[in-house]
Write a protein that binds this ligand. Structure first.
Ligand code: GLN
Ligand code: ZN
Length: 761
């Protein structure tokens, strides 16, 4: 019989219970015991949902108070020296000090955090030392296993494998690969396997997600070595080797050659690998079929998934199949039944984590007992898939014919940068080293309260509008008196730079509860792109025009770029991303045209997520960059030469994609650089980046107010790399998370620094 399985469940709880618990604990309003009891409640409720849905191997150890990679670093006893201080009294203090830094007793920064493969989840990067010692620390995990065994007979511990664990971390003070530590680490895993055996476990989920990446010989050898070395310790344990987000490609033969009892395939993001898998699977191995998309919100086309499963069953027999989600459901929202905002038609196309479990279980029954046994469920599913496929809202002929008709001129500005620069300067008349900001100004509690009141209906639309205009007016006046050259309206009307546009564009819905963990207690609620995208009307013109009416200085219009809107949303899976992105680009292009017609001379189109969409495999990257750059150009090229286009990027290593950044052909780009002390700019210098750049001169992530001299120092460094005619002065990113006091002080220093360096030129 095929077995219904699941790689992991969201940890945050259906109503973000974990977030509230953590925040209370950090504030000191609840103690450790309440936190741990609360966390156990969430776990228990997750287990119950899964058992209820018919999951036959219950994942355990997928839960985490903050991050599972940090959990595994601690389970193998890897605490960097600084965090071993006795000033951190409890293990929980140590854990959160590593996760988010502390200033209580010990003064320690957080460990580095980075993106989990190509998702929007962020993990804590383990720090290894060259003399790293390891020690098993799995009592809590074992206790969880015992507790889960009381709920479900068959539990499947989720173990982050040693090779991925090492490679996800950084070996400090050495150029060598962290894999040099593998032989020291393996005894810990050996001990763990022995304990799992004692605990009466049958299957273990052996996560080696690096299998989705380009692997060098050393990493491939390490996978082989680790599993061979651990084989004797396993006893009767069965291992299912899991990776996700991509096809295994050339790593596929390696995966099946390893001493594992099953291999998991992500058949949503790599459907083509099934054929090769059926050739490489060994006679005693099981195959885990990842058929249900673990990181998106769409109902699975069960008929199609069943065909795939049937094909595998015909080839190797249903007794050797595990049916699963493509990856852990960590990346999908928890439960659609809590959704109140989405209209019924679109809702009928969706499945969140809880509903995905049902799909796994329906597919398993269909394979085991025949499709007749779940005829009703299959029929309902087919009907939903059909209405989605044929709905006018997903296939809007107007949008489609416009998209088809895009000409190659639409991707190019009328003149080249040099010619544009002259015309823009005539219009804007800016000094050398012009000063500006990235867009948002402090979202004070007043601003947030007014928005909440408006949403609840406690504040009338007219009053809310008056409130926003007053805030904007104060913001313009403050920027004028600070002496900033290019002003912004402040973004007070926006809760989030993507949701704001998602709420206004056709083809999007915004959920009420579709939260997904981003890191720790932080969750995001991506809008859902379900259909063809177009503007219902102008989105930003009124507020920008109003702001411009208050000042004689140029006000910069503020738009989010098509690539960022795409990647910070749930993406439709029924057409190539590129097509969706181009539809969004056309909507943004229209908005830019309306801003221009309203007399706005500077327009910023933010693309902080450009780097984020980069595919995991090198061979796919060029193709992606081509269409991503084109989408930006489509959005930004409809304006006249005199209109200055800015873009902004942050949170990333830009150097590897510099040629693509240059191809965006924005007149000005502002980038985050201050934390790297302008080192990032060296890349732009040696690459001879052709247009204008505003390297961030101060870190907006901290309330600290930098001294003028500090920013003068950074600007002098910048002038060495970039000719002053092409240099702008701005902070690293938007100021929405800061308070007004520090913002005004910091911007005053920034303007003074710009003036000082100008006078030296
Ligand atoms: N314009 C946005 C802001 O200032 C940009 C935010 C971002 O880059 N993440 O808030
Ligand atoms: Zn930014």
């Amino acid at each position: 019989m095929a077995i219904a399985t699941n790689l992991g469940f969201p940890r945050i709880g259906a109503k973000r219970e974990l977030k509230w618990l953590l925040e209370k604990y950090w504030k000191g309003t609840i103690g450790a015991e309440d936190l741990l009891t609360g966390a156990h409640e969430i776990r228990r409720s997750n287990w119950n949902s899964q058992v209820e849905a018919g999951i036959e191997q219950l994942p355990v150890g997928d839960f985490s108070l903050y991050d599972h990679v940090l959990d595994w670093a601690l389970r193998v006893g890897a605490v960097p020296a600084a965090y071993q201080t006795p000033q951190l009294v409890s293990e929980l203090d140590r854990y959160f000090a590593m996760a988010r830094g502390t200033q209580k007793g010990a003064d320690l920064p957080a460990l580095e955090m980075t993106k989990w493969f190509n998702t929007n989840y962020h993990y804590i990067v383990p720090e290894w030392s060259t003399d790293q010692a390891f020690q098993l620390n799995a009592n809590a995990l074992l206790a969880e296993i015992t507790a889960a065994q009381a709920v479900a007979g068959n539990v499947r511990p989720v173990v982050l494998g040693p090779v991925s664990l090492l490679l996800l971390g950084k070996l400090k003070g050495s150029e060598a690969s962290p894999l040099v530590l593998l032989d020291k680490l393996l005894p810990v895993y050996e001990e763990l396997l022995a304990k799992l055996n004692e605990a009466g476990v049958t299957w273990v989920q052996w996560d080696e997600p690096i299998l989705a990446l380009d692997l060098n010989d050393q990493a491939q050898a390490a996978l082989k070595h680790s599993l061979e070395a651990l084989a004797p310790a396993r006893g009767s344990l069965k291992l299912v080797l899991t990776s996700y987000f991509e096809s295994l490609r050339e790593n596929l033969p390696l995966a099946f050659s390893l001493p594992v009892d099953a291999v998991h395939l992500d058949l949503v993001y790599g459907p083509e690998q099934l054929t090769a898998a059926l050739q490489h699977i060994r006679p005693e191995q099981y195959l885990s079929l990842g058929l249900v998309d673990g990181r998106n919100v769409w109902k699975t086309d069960l008929a199609r998934a069943l065909e795939t499963a049937q094909l595998a069953a015909n080839a190797i027999g249903k007794d050797r199949l595990l049916i699963a989600g493509s990856c852990s459901l960590l990346h999908s929202p928890v439960d659609l039944t809590h959704e109140t905002e989405i209209d019924e038609e679109v809702k009928s196309w969706l499945a969140f984590a809880r509903q995905k479990l049902d799909e796994i279980s329906i597919l398993t029954r269909a394979i085991n007992e025949g499709p007749e046994s779940v005829a009703k469920q299959l029929q309902e599913n087919a009907a939903a898939i059909e209405t989605r496929r044929t709905s006018h809202r997903t296939h809007n002929p107007e949008v489609r014919s416009r998209h088809q008709a895009i000409s190659s001129e639409s991707f190019r500005r009328q003149a080249d940068y040099q010619a544009r620069k002259t015309q823009q300067q005539e219009r804007l008349n800016l000094p050398l080293l012009p000063t500006t900001t990235i867009g948002s100004f402090p979202q004070t509690s007043e601003v947030r309260q007014a928005r909440a009141a408006f949403r609840k209906g406690d504040l009338a639309a007219g009053d809310y509008d008056t409130f926003l205009k007053t805030e904007t007016q104060k913001c313009i006046a403050r920027q004028e008196s600070l002496g900033i050259d290019v002003l912004v309206h402040g973004e007070f009307e926006r809760n989030d730079m993507v949701e704001y546009f998602g709420e206004q564009l056709e083809g999007f819905v915004v959920s009420a509860n579709g939260w997904v963990q981003s890191y720790g207690s932080r969750c995001v609620k991506p809008p859902i792109i379900f259909g063809d995208v177009q503007r219902a009307g102008a989105m930003t013109v009124e507020m920008t025009r109003y702001a411009q009416s208050l000042t004689s200085r140029p006000v910069k219009g503020m738009l989010t770029g098509p690539v960022t809107i795409l990647f910070w949303s749930f993406i439709r899976d029924d057409q190539p991303r590129r097509d969706t992105c181009e539809q969004i680009a056309l909507a943004i292009r229209d908005e830019a045209a309306d801003l221009e017609a309203a007399g706005i001379g500077v327009i910023q189109i933010d693309e902080p997520a450009l780097r984020e969409g980069l595919p995991l495999r090198k061979t796919d990257q060029e193709g992606y960059l081509r269409w991503a750059v084109d989408a930006f150009r489509l959005a930004s090229s409809g304006v006249a030469n005199q209109t200055q286009i800015h873009t902004h990027m942050c949170y990333c290593e830009f150097n590897e994609i510099l040629p693509s950044i240059a191809e965006l052909d924005a007149d000005v780009i502002s980038i985050e650089t201050s934390r790297s002390k302008m080192e990032l700019l060296d890349g732009f210098g040696s690459f001879q980046y052709p247009n204008e750049i505003g390297p961030g001169v101060y870190d907006i992530h901290s309330p600290r107010v930098p001294a003028t001299s500090e920013m003068v120092g950074l600007l002098k460094k910048a002038v060495d790399v970039i000719p002053p005619q092409r240099l702008w002065v701005n902070p690293d990113c938007g100021l929405k998370t800061r308070g007004w006091v520090e913002v005004e002080a910091a911007l005053e220093s920034m303007v003074a620094a710009a003036r000082e360096v100008r006078s030296l030129l």
